[in-house]
Design a protein around this ligand. Structure first.
Ligand SMILES: [Zn+2]
Length: 168
């Protein structure tokens, strides 16, 4: 079963998605408490258990600053507040693009530090050049967001029950 369970830190900050099986183990070991469950139940020989949708860790887990978060389109747009990082316009998500600051053709990778939100016009104007080469200025220096939930954004929006945990 491909169903996933959202794990919240003790502080209610979303941490990650895990399998139902792993979530049940955490619950049985009393390392986590059940926050939201599905209507259906898991049945075993001696007991039945609500299928968890959201669990919360009993003990607070410190997030290492250097933890690498996957860089996603949704996450980059959210980090940049859906604002073009060159001209400051907010044309709406459908008109935004992900721009590689150092273009891939010049060896730039897809990372939080090298990808910014850009409107179509600015992306087109910049083309396959760096900001310097295109004589364009970035409004801010792109960094990996500190808030872990950014990395989960796309996933959290898939499930009604999870959505409300997106931004505390
Ligand atoms: Zn722009």
């Amino acid at each position: 079963m491909g169903q996933r369970v959202l794990v919240l830190n003790a502080s209610y900050e979303p941490l990650q998605l895990i399998s139902v099986r792993r979530a049940v183990i955490l619950l049985l070991q009393e390392k986590a408490e059940l926050i939201e469950a599905a209507e259906a139940q898991l049945r075993a020989c001696a007991f039945s258990l609500d299928i968890p949708l959201v669990i919360r860790l009993v003990r607070y887990i410190r997030i290492p600053r250097r933890l690498k978060l996957p860089c996603s389109r949704r996450g980059v747009f959210a980090r940049d507040r859906e604002t073009c990082q060159y001209c400051g316009s907010q044309p709406g998500r459908a008109y935004l693009t992900m721009d590689h600051v150092v273009p891939r053709s010049q060896g730039g990778g897809t990372s939080w530090e090298n990808v910014v939100t850009a409107c179509r016009d600015c992306n087109h104007r910049k083309g396959g050049r760096t900001p310097d080469q295109a004589n364009m200025i970035l409004l801010s220096t792109p960094r990996q967001p500190q808030y872990l939930a950014f990395a989960l954004l796309g996933e959290l929006e898939r499930h009604d029950v999870w959505r409300k945990y997106t931004f505390g």
